[in-house]
Ligand binder design. Structure first.
Ligand code: APR
Length: 236
């Protein structure tokens, strides 16, 4: 892959980049959505109907994410960010902090993050590491009104203005480990390519979206370092 090193790159990651770090994806065999109904654990209505079920679901995922370590794909993306002269933005749909653990800084969590709690009374976001339950208090308004800081179905993802601006300026858009089934992230490749970007998909298998001019298949921990090496001309 040859591209001018001063040109802007936007990378989108999904659950597949964290699979080799031991975190379940959503729609693969045995994925999170096989064991839980999206309506029950990933909607505001589900939280309203059974807050303890939802809090427990994210407590389990928070504990697993805290134990997980970045794999070579996360590390390669951090190396790409450091080596790249042009603008670089990493957008993740993931709520784990493996990109941060790998050293990524130019990073947006469009679906929220497990290591944060959101107060549904005052709207404040606060770093959160342990279990979250109904009698945990908001550090801003002191009310017992904290929920997981996760963007649920039917809610607006974070930072969409910054994301749309970056997609309109990208020369290269790379989607890694995502099934491309959930909007608005699934529409990012169309936004980037209609503004003139080249688009590359990196996945276990091609999702079949013809807007991607190139598809690298294989596990992220092998394909992403190879892709980054080709971009920066050295091992990441
Ligand atoms: N290497 C590369 N790709 C992989 C690997 C791997 N080791 N393992 C799985 N994949 C790919 C799968 O082929 C699939 O295309 O990762 C993708 C995972 O797809 P999903 O489980 O649908 O995860 P994602 O695309 O991130 O889901 C998007 O849906 O449920 C919501 O909010 C949730 O952010 C999530 C969104």
């Amino acid at each position: 892959m040859k591209i001018d090193p001063s040109s802007p790159i936007v990378v989108l990651t999904g659950a597949g980049i964290s699979a080799e770090s031991g975190l379940a994806t959503f729609r693969d065999q045995g994925g999170l959505w096989e064991g839980h109904s999206i309506e029950d654990v990933a909607t505001p209505e589900g939280f309203h109907n059974n807050p303890d079920l939802v809090l427990d679901f994210y407590n389990m995922r928070r504990r697993e994410a805290a134990r997980a370590t970045p794999n070579a794909a996360h590390n390669a993306l951090a190396a790409l960010e450091n080596a790249w002269d042009g603008d670089f933005l990493l957008i993740t749909q993931n709520v784990d902090n493996l990109h941060e653990k790998a050293g990524s800084k130019k990073l947006l969590h469009m679906h929220g993050r497990l290591d944060s709690a959101l107060c549904y009374e005052c709207g404040s976001h606060q770093h959160w590491e342990g279990d979250l339950d109904r009698d945990c208090f908001c550090s801003s308004c002191s009310r017992p009104s904290l929920r997981p800081d996760i963007v649920w179905f039917g809610e607006m993802p974070y930072d969409m203005d910054v994301i749309e601006d970056a997609l309109g300026k990208a020369a290269l858009f790379v989607a890694i480990g995502t099934s491309g089934t959930v909007y608005p992230a699934a529409g990012f490749v169309a936004a980037a390519t209609s503004a003139g970007a080249r688009a590359v998909e990196i996945n276990l298998e091609a999702t079949g979206n013809s807007l991607f001019g190139e598809c690298l298949t294989g596990t992220a921990s092998t394909t992403v370092p190879a892709f980054v090496s080709a971009l920066i001309g050295r091992k990441p």
